[in-house]
Design a protein around this ligand. Structure first.
Ligand code: ASP
Length: 436
């Protein structure tokens, strides 16, 4: 049995939703479906979720969201008309508009896109509509409750053969709507797949899977056929954003593969995300390259630092106190480097440097900004020699200065810090060193 999730571009208008319906109807195993709200129909368009956030802001500012909510209604009315389905959403519209005006939460407003979208698709398919409000549960601290939610979902699934679920939201105690972070319908899809014990979680989007590098940087990169959950974590953390980074947790423990598929090219095989033990013996050394701009290195120097017990703890305590997440900690004998995201240290860098200097009586503390990180990821790296040599030889040949190196002992990735002005060049250089 398959659980499918369709994203915003797949649900954008009547034409794309017809494609979605054809895909679902083409395989009777596609029994449970999760949907996003209608996304952009073209580059200039606005996602329904963004319109709904705007409705909330408008109601807060003026007491009425009528102006923007009209656009939401028009989008759904056009979809219903285009699909030629017999569905009247006027009661829902009235209730939603009233609730937003009555100052419910931004989460409530945002969630209504998925709610209406699921109702439309359920009608089109003749499937049951199951509201995730009462099925996906968060506790009072806002933490998602996986086991409890799975029990609730299973009880409802037992009553229906086929169903459509709205993605993106569930509720806190008292049935107060709570959403996941943006793109969270991917997470809902994974939870439903886990509850249904699906053979595969199909995640339908507008690209045919993960590419080995960002196509905006590398021309025509090869597609990744297979990816392990762990490799996916590494790549998405470093900026490859086809799938919500949290969406693997619900399916990973149960070993349910995720298949990224393209609604607009349904015959493409897409990318399969599987446990490491299920990866085929492919020959590629590297699985993918991802990266991010916007990092700073804090360099701390102190003579005899290496023999000073508690040195690292003291530095990290400063970072914890200032609520700054530490990305990497490369160190030398008398030096310690802390790599942080620029956005995390904005407006507090001087304070942090002073505190570090004081806490460890450092000889010197300085910052090097303008750093970008590039992660070269691949489970095959552990069993092959020469991967690091290929990376660094190719960077040297392209005159790219390496400012930081980090290789985890899992040998799943090598992370290289380079100057941001070399970022695109570095990704191209490494890609071609392995793939040509
Ligand atoms: N509609 C929500 C968003 O735009 C959630 C999703 O599509 O997954 O972020």
């Amino acid at each position: 049995m398959l659980v499918c999730k369709f994203g915003g571009t797949s649900m954008a208008n009547a034409e794309t939703i017809s494609k979605v319906a054809d895909i679902i109807n083409s395989d009777s195993e596609r029994k449970y479906v999760v949907v996003s709200a209608p996304g952009k129909r073209d580059r200039q368009d606005t996602k329904v979720t963004d319109l709904l956030y705007k409705c909330f802001a408008e109601a807060q500012a003026t007491g009425s969201c009528a102006e923007t909510f009209k656009q939401v209604k028009e989008r759904f009315d056009a979809i219903i008309k285009g699909l030629k389905i017999d569905l009247d959403l006027s009661d829902d519209y009235a209730e939603i508009e009233n609730n937003i005006n009555a100052s419910t939460t931004a989460d409530y407003a945002a969630s209504r896109g998925e709610y209406l979208s699921a109702k439309v698709l359920a009608k089109k398919l003749g499937y049951a509509f199951l509201d995730t409000l009462k099925l996906i549960k968060f506790n009072e601290d806002g933490e998602f409750q996986l086991d409890y939610s799975i029990d609730l979902i299973r009880q409802e699934m037992a009553k229906v053969k086929k169903a459509v679920f709205p993605g993106f939201y569930g509720s806190s105690p008292g049935d107060v709507v709570k959403t996941f972070t943006r793109g969270g319908s991917d997470v809902t899809g994974a939870i439903i797949a886990r509850a249904a014990n699906a053979d595969v979680y199909e995640n339908w989007t507008d690209v045919s899977g993960f590419m080995k590098a960002d196509p905006r940087i590398v021309a025509n990169p090869k597609k990744i056929e297979y990816l392990s959950y762990r490799e996916l974590r590494e790549l998405s953390y470093m900026g490859a954003n086809v799938l919500h980074p949290e969406s693997i947790f619900p399916v990973r423990n149960a070993g349910i593969p995720i298949n990224i598929k393209n609604t607009f090219a349904p015959d493409d095989s897409g990318t399969m995300i599987v446990p490491t033990s299920k990866l085929p013996d492919n020959t590629s050394v590297i699985t993918g390259i991802a990266g991010q701009k916007g990092f700073t290195i804090i360099l701390i120097e102190k003579a005899m630092m290496n023999s000073e017990v508690g040195f690292v703890r003291k530095v990290l305590s400063v970072m914890e106190y200032e609520n700054i997440s530490v990305e990497h900690i490369p160190s030398g004998i008398d030096t310690l480097c802390i790599v942080v995201r620029d956005e995390d240290v904005q407006n507090k860098m001087q304070k942090v440097l002073d505190k570090i200097r004081d806490s460890v009586s450092a000889d010197n503390v300085e910052i090097h900004s303008g750093l970008s990180l590039v992660a070269v990821v691949g489970h095959n790296m552990a069993s092959r020699q020469g991967t690091a040599a290929t990376i660094f030889a190719s960077l040297a040949k392209s005159n790219i200065n390496v400012r930081m190196i980090d290789q985890g002992s899992s040998e799943l990735n090598v992370i290289v810090g380079i100057d941001t002005f070399d970022y695109e060049k570095a990704i191209n250089t490494i890609y071609h060193a392995f793939e040509d």
